[in-house]
Design a protein around this ligand. Structure first.
Ligand code: HEC
Ligand code: HEC
Ligand code: HEC
Length: 122
């Protein structure tokens, strides 16, 4: 019985992992703690951003924690400071895989402030 149980465990866990492994490997950025837990973010981050945009633009309410620039500060690659520059860049890597197209970075910075500041100095 125990042998059967462990055999099933061996068969099922890799199957679940394989499904996950189809998703692209993302450059998460600096690490640390996301604004909400990962599972929740995976499903709901777009609502957080859109809600925040409505509140800020229409009503002038700001919650810095959920601001788009905060996401970029953390999730931009340590290599190029960007969330969009490469295949595995955080936002774009997953969106390309999921066939989602967002226009946010036409107006909002896709790079961590540190690099923008440096660029200005040059
Ligand atoms: C302080 C750093 C930090 C900030 C700020 C932050 N995140 Fe995260 N986020 C993380 C880390 C670290 C993970 C990965 C956690 C893990 O692997 O369990 C994560 C996970 C995620 C995921 C799920 C990724 C996956 O693999 O499924 C999404 C989507 C996400 N974040 C979007 C955002 C958005 C949008 C914002 C801004 C509203 C944001 N994050 C702000 C650190 C941050
Ligand atoms: C045409 C330009 C433009 C586009 C495209 C755009 N935004 Fe914005 N967004 C703005 C402006 C302007 C503000 C107000 C900035 C301020 O008050 O400092 C803003 C504010 C925000 C805010 C609240 C402030 C902040 O820094 O987080 C969020 C969140 C946001 N936008 C998210 C998004 C998302 C998500 C998308 C893509 C779906 C997007 N925006 C596309 C121009 C744009
Ligand atoms: C783990 C995968 C993943 C990551 C990482 C990710 N997204 Fe998404 N995002 C999605 C998926 C999937 C959708 C579409 C969901 C839907 O249509 O219901 C989406 C949708 C969105 C939308 C709404 C688009 C629309 O027009 O409705 C915005 C805005 C957005 N993401 C912003 C971001 C930003 C900014 C980042 C980086 C900080 C990011 N996402 C990282 C998977 C991801």
């Amino acid at each position: 019985m125990r042998l059967l149980a462990s055999l099933l465990l061996c068969l099922c866990i890799p199957a679940a992992w394989a499904a996950e492994a189809n998703a692209p490997k993302l450059d998460i950025g600096l690490g640390g703690q996301c604004v909400k837990d990962t599972q929740w973010m995976r499903k709901n981050h777009m609502h957080l951003l859109k809600h925040q945009r409505e509140e800020t633009v229409r009503k002038g309410i700001r919650e810095e924690k959920d601001a788009l620039k905060n996401c970029v500060e953390c999730h931009a690659s340590a290599g190029d400071n960007s969330v969009t520059a490469r295949e595995d860049s955080f936002c774009v890597g997953c969106h390309r895989y999921a066939a989602v197209k967002i226009d946010c970075f036409e107006c909002h910075a896709s790079k961590r402030k540190a690099t923008l500041a440096k660029k200005d100095e040059q």
